[in-house]
Ligand binder design. Structure first.
Ligand SMILES: NC(=O)c1ccc[n+]([C@@H]2O[C@H](COP(=O)([O-])OP(=O)(O)OC[C@H]3O[C@@H](n4cnc5c(N)ncnc54)[C@H](O)[C@@H]3O)[C@@H](O)[C@H]2O)c1
Length: 428
């Protein structure tokens, strides 16, 4: 983006914010081997709803956080995000993005990652890009906050796991946007479940049943690629389908309780209501049975259809009781009756509090890449089963060649893959 695209007011505000930083090396700067001001410098890649929200959460997590660079595929999204966060008095003092540090286009992430003094990056594009961006962020030596899900296919999952291991070797901290893992009500519940308060887990279920989400209608000037990227929820190569994009939160909670991912998925799903072209090629409902190594089965259900009953929660049935959880709510029914009543700090902020503590060496070292990749693959294997009508084993999913990436990342023609048909779509 060129400097002339910005008003003088924006420029003055941005440079004033930069020069407000004092040039004293800090504990943080020392740890990250740079001597700049004592700010925790954050770059955002993917400046939509969540990227902007995560930047705001990072600001609230620590008074020394400064948002210093932003990158997005689309200039209008970039401007919208910058305008919102720099125009809000709650956040503006911690936003110091000058025009030279705002990037648009498919290579915007590379330009942002090339900035030496950025400490950590927020990755919040559609998940189809996450493996590429995470890999590049680790190569650039950045700590990472990345939104879930972290891939849309097994090839992407393997790339994330590999990059996560390289991050560990470099002591780079990685936190993923499965915020239930940072929410006190969930943490208290899991402590109890893991100490046996509901006995042995004998079955489980989890749900994300809700109505439809936003749709970005096609405009005549859009190429296929632009339309798909703007309307990304509805294309499996970008979102992974809603079982992956949304329901991963609930699936991750069951994997957490079970101490790891399942060994097999057998499921079904379809596209009953959202059949128009604008809904791309994803399904509108899934129902999957997951089997874990000890034969425990978990029923997972997700639906995005208006006018139906809503339910977003997780249920664990144990030999001595049952738990039910959802954001801000956790109970155990049974002899060890319990209900979470503590102070539940905003988990979206807590993620950044925990990440910053890890980066600064003040808390537990966090690298959630492997774990979130496993939960993402759990969702993907459920989708693979529903799309093909076959059962899918964990190892088969982990080794699958399924790669949904387009041949090239450039604006132009891009065929929409056909909607999957169980019994006909091949399991790869
Ligand atoms: N943890 C949660 O509760 C939660 C909530 C909402 C969204 N999310 C996740 O956050 C991510 C983003 O979702 P959102 O709701 O913000 O969507 P969004 O459409 O509002 O934002 C995505 C942004 O990424 C940009 N983008 C697309 N491709 C890009 C590329 N190649 N390089 C740079 N920028 C690119 C888009 O232009 C857009 O501005 C998704 O993975 C989603 O699942 C998580």
């Amino acid at each position: 983006m060129s400097g002339s695209d910005w008003t003088r007011r924006d420029f003055v505000k941005a440079t004033a914010a930069i020069s407000a930083g004092t040039l004293v090396p800090s504990a943080f700067a020392a740890r990250t081997e740079r001597a700049i001001d004592d700010s925790i410098r954050v770059g955002v890649i993917g400046c939509g709803g969540r990227g902007t929200g995560a930047a705001a959460n990072a600001i609230k997590a620590h008074p020394r956080v400064k948002i210093v660079a932003m990158a997005d595929l689309f200039e209008d999204r970039l401007r919208g995000s910058y305008g919102w966060i720099s125009g809000d008095e709650e956040y503006e003092k911690q936003v110091a993005v000058d025009p030279e540090h705002m990037f648009a286009g498919f290579d915007a992430y590379k330009q942002l990652l090339a900035i030496k003094d950025i400490d950590y990056v927020i990755l919040a594009t559609p998940p189809g890009f996450r493996p590429i961006h995470f890999d590049a962020a680790v190569n650039a030596g950045k700590h990472v906050f990345m939104e879930k899900p972290v891939a849309v296919d097994p090839v992407g999952i393997r790339r994330v796991i590999d990059a996560g291991q390289r991050a560990k070797a470099q002591k780079l901290s990685v936190v993923a946007g499965t915020q239930r893992r940072h929410e006190r009500s969930y943490l208290s519940l899991m402590e109890r479940v893991q100490s046996g308060e509901i006995g042995e887990i004998v079955s489980a279920s989890c749900y994300w049943n809700q109505g439809g989400l936003w749709v970005h209608e096609r405009k005549p000037e859009y190429s296929d690629m632009e339309w798909q990227c703007r309307n990304w929820l509805y294309f499996t190569w970008l979102s992974g389908d809603h079982i992956c994009e949304q329901h991963i939160h609930n699936i991750d909670v069951i994997n957490w309780a079970m101490g790891g991912p399942p060994v097999k998925a057998t499921g079904m799903g379809g596209r009953q209501v959202r059949t128009e072209e604008k809904y791309g090629n994803i399904f509108d409902h899934f129902s999957i049975e997951y089997e874990y190594a000890n034969s425990m089965t978990m029923q997972s259900m997700c639906r995005q259809i208006d006018g139906c009953a809503g339910r977003v929660e997780e249920v664990l049935v144990g030999s001595k009781g049952r738990s039910i959880s959802r954001p801000g709510y956790a109970v155990i029914n049974g002899p060890r009756e319990w209900r979470f009543e503590g102070d539940n700090r905003n988990p979206y902020e807590q993620e950044h509090v925990d990440l910053i503590a890890s980066i600064m060496g003040e808390g537990v070292y966090l690298n959630e890449a492997q774990r979130v990749a496993e939960s993402t693959l759990t969702a993907i294997m459920g989708r693979m089963s529903a799309y093909t009508g076959k059962s899918v084993e964990w190892l088969g999913a982990m080794e699958s060649r399924l790669d949904l990436a387009p041949d090239a990342y450039k604006f132009g023609d891009l065929r929409v893959r056909p909607v999957s048909v169980p019994g006909k779509t091949e399991l790869i």
